[in-house]
Ligand binder design. Structure first.
Ligand code: DCP
Ligand code: CA
Ligand code: CA
Length: 557
């Protein structure tokens, strides 16, 4: 068996913080009379009362689950309060939730390196803060320990739920007869309890947390004691935690790899992997995956917390289940226009607030054919270079759709033009923007940046050659991806489009396709994202002229 790695002596302090029934809390803050009542947020939809997407803990006690529809929830809990997700452009509008998530991030990021991992969760690397606390005011020197920290669940601590549980936790937090790592962990628990209280005070939202020596263990435990509680993972309790952890519960083992471990190796818990040598796991699953499996069986995970407060991609999508499937090109175009409009608004907001631009536009769809021998064939996702401007995004997304549909229908020759029924249906559509980068600092103007970076094309049409196959999953509504995209990245040497900014005048920008013509959505929730962008800001010589509904980049040298 290989020797233990340096990572197993990991003395970092990592927290994973996840908001409790997040969309419900956002709605309850808007409508305080809903607080404490069984409440659920329902996705816009008339069928059977809509789909539940967030359920309060009061409603969960009645057996209400996220998989239910509104009507079903009312059967198991007649007094349930159902709140509709806000709607814009005929689809769910998640801006309020995104902004609420940003409010929380702006508080958490004060204490350590912060990685926004989804709309309602972050990782924090609190190592430096914990080291500072241990040096300056170690727990045993404190006159009193914060009540919230005393409510921590410390894995492996006996008598966790007994009457003197808090006293046990106090003893654990204040131990002086332990190693440096565990003293740091105690400091991490106190810091996270304090942060959670700050979040509650500033936003009225509760959250739960896992505190451990690495991301994997923090993530595994943040949901163990919900709502409004935190769980601490001392190194000594890792083995027991993983011994009983079903293999499919581990992030990245929920799919085929987890199934293979169960079926081919007969392993049902993460700890069950301990019986295999690293070489054996590498022989079976390749060098990287084999080593990764060997490590996770021991609770080892060297993954760093990335500095990321902003999303890596933006998406806007909608599903059209059952009878609502789109069956004509005209209806598809209508929805692509709605999705493109929303995406364009978000891109402009990102550019204005964070000085970032996306470079790749991708269209995903789910489809069926009526007479289909090849029913497993998926609608191919397509990408092209992204051009700013609502009409351009709409046009390019529609071209991508048509290219995808041609390929999807293949030789079966179903016609794709016209507005009559054509023998196919679209059950989900999404457009997304990825490859988001900062406009480089030191560039003397946005316009020069565009002119220098992007070869000019007179035609706005994408040629089929620039379409790139992708396989990212569909989003059902507006999405932001905060983690690495798993889909195939577009080829790196594709041509960038002309952004049509050259010689743009204010008067010409009044049309719908003007560059970032909608400044209205600036929101307080993004304050931190503005003040601490993950990347370089625009050069100081560039300002945005705001004129009525227009925002035009201009050079003031
Ligand atoms: N969400 C969604 N559709 C899903 C899952 C989640 O729209 N299938 C939204 C609603 C949730 C939010 O994302 O409120 C965060 O998702 P979580 O999985 O973190 O669940 P909750 O925060 O609602 O509950 P919990 O307290 O269990 O974390
Ligand atoms: Ca959550
Ligand atoms: Ca979550």
């Amino acid at each position: 068996m290989p020797l233990a790695r340096p990572e197993s002596l990991d003395s970092r302090i990592i927290a994973h913080i996840d908001m409790d029934c997040f969309y419900v809390q956002v709605e309850q803050r808007k409508q305080p009379h809903l607080r404490g009542l069984p409440t659920a947020v329902v996705q816009y939809n008339e069928w059977k009362g809509g789909a539940l997407i967030a359920v309060s803990y009061e409603a969960r006690k009645f057996g209400v689950k996220r998989s239910m529809r509104g009507d079903e929830a009312k059967q198991v809990c007649p007094q349930i309060q159902l709140v509709q997700v806000p709607v814009a452009r005929g689809k769910a509008d998640l801006n309020a939730y995104r902004n609420a998530g940003s409010e929380v991030v702006s508080i958490l990021a004060r204490k350590g390196r912060c990685e926004r991992a989804s709309i309602d969760e972050v990782y924090l690397d609190l190592t430096d803060s914990a080291e500072a606390m241990l040096k300056e005011s170690p727990p045993h020197s404190l006159e009193s320990i914060d009540a919230e920290a005393l409510k921590s669940h410390v894995l492996g601590l006996k008598n966790e739920n007994g009457h003197d549980a808090k006293e046990k936790v106090r003893e654990w937090l204040c131990r002086s007869d332990t190693d440096h790592r565990e003293k740091l962990l105690a400091c991490g628990a106190i810091i996270v309890a304090e942060l959670r209280m700050q979040v509650l005070k500033a936003t009225e939202f509760t959250c739960s947390a896992g505190i451990a020596h690495n991301k994997m263990l923090a993530k595994l435990t943040s949901g163990m004691n919900k709502p409004a509680q935190q769980t601490v993972v001392p190194f000594s309790s890792v083995k027991a935690l993983l011994d009983s952890l079903p293999i499919k519960k581990m992030k990245q083992l929920g799919g085929k790899l987890g199934t293979s471990l169960q079926n081919d190796l007969g392993v049902n818990t993460v700890g069950g992997l301990l019986q295999f040598s690293e070489e054996k796991l590498q022989d079976r699953y390749g060098i990287n995956t084999g080593t990764w499996l060997w490590n996770i069986a021991r609770g080892i995970n060297g993954e760093e917390v990335q500095v990321r407060l902003l999303p890596k991609s933006h998406g806007s999508g909608k599903s059209f289940p059952g009878p609502r499937a789109l069956k004509t090109i005209v209806s598809v175009q209508h929805w692509i226009n709605q999705l493109g409009d929303e995406l364009s608004e978000r891109l402009c907001f990102d550019l204005e607030q964070n000085k970032r631009m996306a470079h790749t536009l991708t269209l995903h769809a789910s489809a069926y054919k009526l007479s289909d021998s090849d029913s497993h064939k998926k609608f191919p996702s397509k990408s092209c270079p992204l051009r700013y401007g609502t009409a351009k995004i709409q046009e390019d997304a529609f071209n991508l759709f048509q290219a995808g549909l041609r390929e999807y229908l293949g030789s079966c020759g179903v016609k794709i033009q016209g507005s009559n029924h054509n023998g196919w249906g679209i059950t989900a559509l999404s457009v997304s923007a990825s490859k988001i980068v900062a406009v480089p600092s030191g560039t003397c103007s946005i316009m020069k940046y565009f002119q220098g970076q992007y070869p000019s094309h007179s035609s706005s049409k994408q040629t089929p050659d620039t379409f790139i196959q992708e396989s990212a999953p569909l989003s059902s509504s507006g999405t932001e991806s905060y983690s690495e995209l798993k889909s195939a990245e577009p080829q790196s040497d594709y041509n960038f489009p002309c952004l049509d900014l050259q010689g743009q005048k204010i008067s010409e920008s009044r049309d719908k396709d003007s560059f970032c013509s909608s400044p209205k959505q600036a929101k307080d929730g993004f304050a931190l994202e503005t003040s601490q962008p993950t990347s370089q800001p625009l050069p100081s010589g560039v300002i945005f002229f705001m004129l009525e509904q227009l925002v035009i980049p201009a050079v003031i040298f």
